[in-house]
Design a protein around this ligand. Sequence first.
Ligand code: SF4
Length: 395
Amino acid sequence: VSQGHGFYDLAEPVEGPASPGSWSYSTLSEWRACPRRWWLTRAQYSGFRGRYPRRVYAATVEGQMVHDALEKFIEHIEAQIAQGITDYMTLRRTFPVRRVMAERRKLIEAELVGNPRIDLQALRPKISIDKCVDAFRRVSATMQSSFDPSSFGERQEGTSGKPAPQPGAEVTIKTIDPPLGGRIDWLSGREIIDFKTGERDEKHADQLRFYALLLWLQTGRTPDALTLIYTDPVERVSVPVPSESELQLMRETLASEITSIEKEIGSSTISTRPSEEVCRWCPAKAHCDDYWSSPSTRHLRLGELAGDPNRAEGDFFIADLEVNGLPSPDGGDLIMGEAYCPSLGTVQVELGRSWRSIGSAPEQARVLGAYVRRTDQAWMVSLGLSSEVFWKCGH
Ligand code: SF4
């Protein structure tokens, strides 16, 4: 529950999520990374409705804008080909890229309104349409080699009368056994193409194999090619197409994995996989007790300097800290004085405002991105520009 930007009441989940009807590659990946994170970000919380809010950065929005514009470009090609225009350069020239980017930005911003973890006023000027247009131009130049006008609008035949998906942008495929689903960025004939705006990751090839499985399950045919198109820097990467026996093995492995996941979702215990790599970006770590106690996340909670015996006055670091035994508010809004931090011992705190709307003075705070500075006597815990405070009360 937000109490003003950066301050939250640490509400408990009141109801866990149900198993999704079909598992997409990203949903499965999230579960594999940490089942508890999957669960916490889909649970219902008292006093808050909707999906668990995440922090969003300008680079994420720009990546999404470029990705969305590429899909819109495929739709534009499809519409123009229906009018008899098949020259790629003409199709490229007639696509109003700047206008599309501006529209996508508006739409994305509208979706972010109401997310208490985002300061839209601060985020907006950091999003560059020029940068996105440049990225689009570079990528659209490399797309020409996958461009085949005859593949648009032609539904490929499946085997045994199975319906085949219509080639184009954002092709959705859902299967029943096992219950899988996915949205292919671009299906060009029987080539599956996925746009990637972030850094290279070996999971991207795995995701394309997952799409190959979806297509095979739906049509009985394997794709002709699997291609990743990276936007920054621009690069085309071909992924080997799995054979039918490999796809059959994938199908069996996924079916048994989903059975055991659904069993765990139905149980009362959802496992955690704390690690520095996974927990660093976990949006729900304030709720996760294991994060605050696991030795594998110690570095995130302690910072580099805290364990150094030669730390000097003025040294500082940014870390996630749990602070207990908070002093009473000073009559104003400030919580200032001595408190106890499990990772640092006795500390001095100076923790802003907004505790009042909780109803009673907080006893504990979980501070994400705390600014921790060595004074002549102790560590001083205060707030930096991007800190978030999750208050916990005894009520
Ligand atoms: S903080 Fe780490 S262990 Fe806890 S839910 Fe998030 S990813 Fe899992």
